[in-house]
Write a protein that binds this ligand. Structure first.
Ligand code: NCD
Length: 301
């Protein structure tokens, strides 16, 4: 059985590049039928717009059908465990995408599944397909993957950044990382250790570090995961930053949703990837990933 629970399962750059190349051919071919007569189950016990719709669209474009198990109507509300839900739904499906709010539980839960499982986001832990589509977006613009990235916002509880860190580490990407957390929301020691020697701290010196940033990765405060009503806002990106501080070929990324970290007047700048290329690339990347998993590509434990 093959599952994608963590980006730490990718051990070499070649593995990831083969996924990117498959996404490219998917984009060129336009038509696909590798999910014909197959059912993809979306078990989403947390809110989602992009990840859910992207997997749904990717399934339809590959000829498959979707069943959706959302928290509002789920038997989880009657006390059913996620394990039991997965045991059942996986019998209907050829592939499951699961999003839920507990960190680190999907590895054990996936062992109860009768079909492959993709982690669609587990608590504040990881969001593998988001980081993969992000890296795919960067690779399409900067194929040597030699870049400087600044992670801004909630680095403590924002899961895409954590999946990024595993990719940077495992694929030995030649990147330099600036950390620019919102107040009190720095990476936990576990993730900082994983990141290792790539790091420099840009906190409170954003304007000094922006001109040497190739990829600006903005994130929102994960307020639903905080006990207090933490309204701390970190660095807010404004049109003036594009005019004065950002490189001409910089990429501004955000997994979305945003809560004001990027001023709406920034949206039409061609360097802004969050409403355009990240979204489109996510569709093709998820098609490629499902294709590989359905056709038996193994991801190591
Ligand atoms: C992210 C998530 O759910 O982790 N969103 C997404 O899937 N694109 C980021 C977030 O919710 O802030």
């Amino acid at each position: 059985m093959q599952h994608l629970i963590s980006t730490a399962q990718f051990k070499t750059l070649d593995e990831v590049l083969s996924l990117f190349h498959l996404a490219e051919s998917q984009r060129e071919r336009k038509e696909a039928d590798f999910l014909l007569n197959r059912v993809v189950g979306l078990v989403f016990h947390e809110r989602s717009t992009r990840t859910r719709c992207s997997f749904e669209a990717a399934t339809y474009k590959a000829g498959g059908k979707v069943i959706f198990e959302g928290i509002e109507t789920s038997s989880a509300g009657k006390g059913e465990t996620l394990e039991d839900t997965v045991r059942t739904i996986s019998q209907y499906c050829d592939l499951l995408v699961i999003r839920q709010d507990r960190s680190g539980v999907l590895g054990p839960v996936a062992t109860k599944s009768a079909c492959p499982v993709i982690n669609g986001g587990d608590g504040n832990n990881e969001h593998p397909t988001q980081a993969l589509l992000d890296l795919y977006t960067v690779w399409r613009k900067k194929p040597d993957l030699n870049f400087t990235i600044m992670f801004c916002g909630d680095l403590a509880d924002g899961r895409p950044v954590h999946s990024w860190i595993n990719l940077i580490k495992n694929l030995k990407l030649p990147v330099k990382v600036y950390l620019n957390p919102a107040g009190g929301m720095d990476l936990t020691p576990q993730w900082k250790t994983a990141l290792g020697p790539h790091t420099m701290v840009a906190h409170q010196e954003t304007q000094r570090f922006l001109p040497s940033t190739d990829v600006l990765y903005m994130t929102r405060v994960q307020s639903e995961r905080k006990n207090s009503n933490n309204t701390a806002s970190g660095f807010m990106l404004r049109p003036g930053d594009y005019a004065r501080n950002l490189k001409q070929d910089a990429l501004v990324m955000h997994p979305l949703p945003r809560n004001g970290e990027i001023h709406p007047d920034c949206d039409t700048d061609p360097r802004s990837m969050y409403h355009t290329e990240q979204v489109t690339n996510g569709l093709y990347l998820r098609m490629a990933l499902m294709n590989q998993m359905i056709n038996g590509q193994m991801y190591q434990k």
